[in-house]
Design a protein. Structure first.
Length: 182
């Protein structure tokens, strides 16, 4: 066993510390998986947000969702446009506004990556029985609720409504961020 018996505070610290290598391993594996498709993680995040949005959005909306700064996002979109995965147009009413959206090829690539990720992830969980999977699922949801609770208390909102709003994020991150600003 990786963790020996210890105090509650030490256990919390070790659990929190375990997330760093876990994130490092998963980020590294995910980056390698994306490289096989010719994408970087920031390009993937932008493309998945655009694919799930199903309509044009502004560059500002996209930078808010991906947590990138505008110059970085411009470079990301430039590369995705060159790859024909995203199309960019200027607003006819305000030339300062740039609209971006995933092309059918971009949406198809996201579908391919998602399907491959699912196929690749399934064997990783093969050693777990259904009860263990259910327990992990419950713990992950509980951790997520803890973080949502923090967010809700900062906003002065109901935890359950914020938790339900996460489904909007999963289905359409751009719509989620836009609704946060309204």
């Amino acid at each position: 066993m990786l963790f020996a018996p210890c105090s509650r505070d030490e256990r919390i610290k070790r659990i929190a510390d375990a997330f760093v290598p876990l994130m490092w391993f998963t980020t590294r594996q995910f980056s390698q998986k994306l490289a096989a498709f010719g994408l970087t993680p920031p390009q993937f995040m932008a493309l998945v947000a655009l694919s799930k949005h199903h309509q044009p959005c502004t560059m500002s909306d996209l930078t808010a969702v991906t947590l990138q700064d505008p110059p970085t996002m411009t470079g990301i979109i430039d590369r995705l446009v060159a790859m024909r995965l995203v199309q960019r147009t200027r607003s006819e009413t305000d030339r300062r506004v740039v609209w971006v959206q995933a092309t059918p090829a971009g949406a198809d690539l996201i579908k391919q990556i998602t399907e491959k990720s699912h196929r690749d992830d399934t064997p990783s969980f093969a050693t777990l029985n259904d009860d263990e999977l259910a327990a992990i699922e419950q713990l992950v949801e509980h951790l997520l609720r803890i973080h949502v609770d923090r967010l809700a208390s900062l906003k002065g909102t109901d935890v359950e409504s914020q938790f339900e709003r996460l489904q909007l994020f999963m289905n359409d991150p751009i719509a989620y961020v836009k609704s946060e600003h309204n």
